[in-house]
Design a binder for this molecule. Structure first.
Ligand code: ZN
Length: 351
């Protein structure tokens, strides 16, 4: 008779996510959203439309809770946008309306040089920071220990795009790598401060998006500018960290796996099996379900096929690859936890 590991007894959603982030046994693979799963339909259900849900703590918490209560995911993540910190740093903001993401007007950058960089003393008391911190407290109060609450703090590379403009920041990294490193060192304070404040408010884990994306910079760039900084975050921000970088990233996954981050939130441009082969058990992978084609435009059976491909490759947490399009249909999202349950049912045992 083949020896089998003893079955893991039923876990809460929170236990399941946290165990998978530590690469420990789980009763079933968790469904996890390190970035936004907010949609226009969910905004209507929760009476929490954008832009208010990005600026008012109660609306933010109501909309975030729907990933657990309506979609059946194992996590909630209230920081839908990537602009809360940039607003607090003084960037020119466009908050948009219900059906559009808020953005930073990067054509009007606020910083040009190293000495322009300043994290205001009242950074954490800015209303767009307080909104996130209060929403986390509300979610913890309302959902208790049932579900994993994931926060989000933007990495310094992304803050560089927002505050310097994408092109000026990338040009600086070519012209003067030393100055770019010094800029990242100053901006990282914002990442750490906001991350630690969210831990105090009650998050279980934090997503750190840092958009050194496949189409803009190379794997060697990642190694030179960000690998050590990301490893430092693991020491200074004491909860499991989930690094998010979009695009084709297999050329940097080996470096990412060495940072000590708990997980890497990976894009569908990387096949689940090739990605697992690179990272092995050094870091958990999460994500990979395609947004623009599959979740947005295809049908539940297509979603199911991608979920199964991830499960078969041994990916430890399943979810969308990035913040989902706001017009995504609910039935495509609820298919993710359904498919995970069915796959485990067919396997007849937990993985
Ligand atoms: Zn992304």
């Amino acid at each position: 008779m083949a020896t089998q590991s003893p079955p893991v007894k039923e876990m809460t959603s929170r236990q399941r996510v946290l165990a998978a982030l530590r690469r420990e046994p789980v009763d079933r693979t968790p469904v996890c959203n390190p970035t936004s799963v907010a949609t226009v339909e969910l905004m209507d259900l929760a009476d929490a439309p954008f832009p208010g849900a990005n600026r008012d703590a109660r609306a933010m918490a109501r909309l975030a809770a729907t990933s657990y209560t309506e979609l059946g995911f194992d996590s909630v993540m209230p920081v839908f946008s990537i602009v809360q910190e940039s607003s607090a740093l003084g960037c020119n903001m466009q908050w948009e309306q219900k059906d559009n993401w808020p953005t930073v007007r990067m054509s009007q950058p606020i910083w040009k040089d190293l000495d322009d960089i300043r994290i205001p003393n009242d950074f954490l008391s800015h209303p767009d920071m307080v909104c996130v911190l209060d929403a986390i407290r509300l979610l913890r109060k309302e959902l208790g220990d049932e579900v994993a609450i994931i926060g989000k703090t933007m990495g310094p590379w992304t803050l560089g795009y927002h505050c310097f403009g994408v092109e000026p920041f990338l040009l600086m990294s070519l012209d003067d790598p030393g100055k770019t490193m010094a800029c990242l060192e100053r901006m990282k304070e914002a990442t750490v401060q906001f991350g630690v404040a969210q831990i105090d408010a009650g998050v279980d884990a934090l997503t750190v998006p840092d958009h050194a994306t496949g189409d803009l910079v190379s794997g060697e760039y990642y190694k030179r500018f960000l690998m050590d900084l990301h490893a430092e975050f693991v020491d200074t921000i004491p909860v499991p960290l989930i690094l998010h970088i979009c695009g084709r990233t297999v050329d940097r996954m080996d470096y990412i796996a060495e940072t000590g981050m708990a997980a890497f939130h990976f894009d569908s441009k990387n096949a689940p099996s090739e990605s697992m082969e690179i990272v092995s058990d050094r870091i958990s992978l999460v994500g990979n379900i395609n947004n623009p084609e599959t979740l947005f435009a295809k049908n539940p059976e297509d979603v199911r096929a991608e979920v199964f491909a991830n499960l078969e490759a041994g990916v430890p947490l399943i979810g969308p690859e990035c913040a989902i399009p706001l017009q995504t249909r609910i039935e495509n999202l609820t298919e993710i936890p359904k498919a995970v349950r069915d796959w485990h049912g067919q396997q007849g045992h937990a993985h």
